[in-house]
Write a new protein. Sequence first.
Length: 257
Amino acid sequence: MVQVKAIKAFSDNYIWCLTTDNSNQAWVVDPGQAEPVLMYLAQHNLTLGGILITHHHYDHTDGVTALVDAYSGISVYGPANSPFKGVTHPLNDGQSISVLNTNFTILATPGHTLDHICYTNAELAFTGDTLFSAGCGRLFEGTSEQMWHSFNKLRALPASCKVYCTHEYTQANLAFAKAVEPRNPELLAYSKKIDELRSNNQISLPTSIGQELKINPFMRSDLPTMTELVPKEFILLTKNNEPWENFASLRMFKDNF
C-alpha cells in the first residue's frame, strides 16, 4: 500500500513523497526545491526512484535537475505538451503508469496551465494546482470552460478518493467559499476543523472528492444557486445557464476577492 507524506517547500508548497513498507524507494510529486527532498530522503534512509510532474511552473519543477543529478537515471514523468524540458517519460490523457506497484491514470486537466495533468486512481489523486481544497488554481493559460471540463473529470472520481494538491491555500479558499455560500453547514463545519488544524500548525490535506463536492464552490458550479451572492460585475454576461459560466463568474470573483 502506498503511503503519502508531505515535504514542505517554499512558504506554502507541499512536495508529496510516495513510499511503501516493503521498499526503501520513494517517488516525489512536483519537487519545486531539491534541498527539502534530499534532506527528507537522507533522514528516512530512502532512495529516489522517480519524479511525477503535474505542470511546468517553477515551484513544481525547479528541483528536478538537482534530484536527477543526485540520482542519475531516474524517470521524470510529466505532460507531453509541457514547456518544461526535463520530462523523460511524456504522458497524455488516459495513459496509465505504475509507481511502486500502484497504477495511476493520467487526466489532462488544462485550465491553470495548458499542460496540466493529474495522477489519479480510485484512492489517490495528485491534482497539482488544478483542484485545491475549497478552491481551484488561477487561470493563467486556459479558459473557464476548459477548467470546468477538467473539474468534471475529477468530480467523476470516487467520493472517498483522497486529494493531494500542492499548496496550503485551504483557509484562504474557505474564506472565499463562505462569501459564496455563507449558510452551507458542511462548509462552516469544515472551516472550523481546518482552523483548528492550522492553529496547531498541522496541514489541511489531504481532502477528498466527496468533501470538495460539499464545500468547494468551483466543484459545485453546476448548482444554479452558486452565483447568487457573486457581485454583478463578475457575472458572465453571456449567461446561457451553463455550469462553466458559473465557474467563470466564481473565478472572476475569486481573482478580485
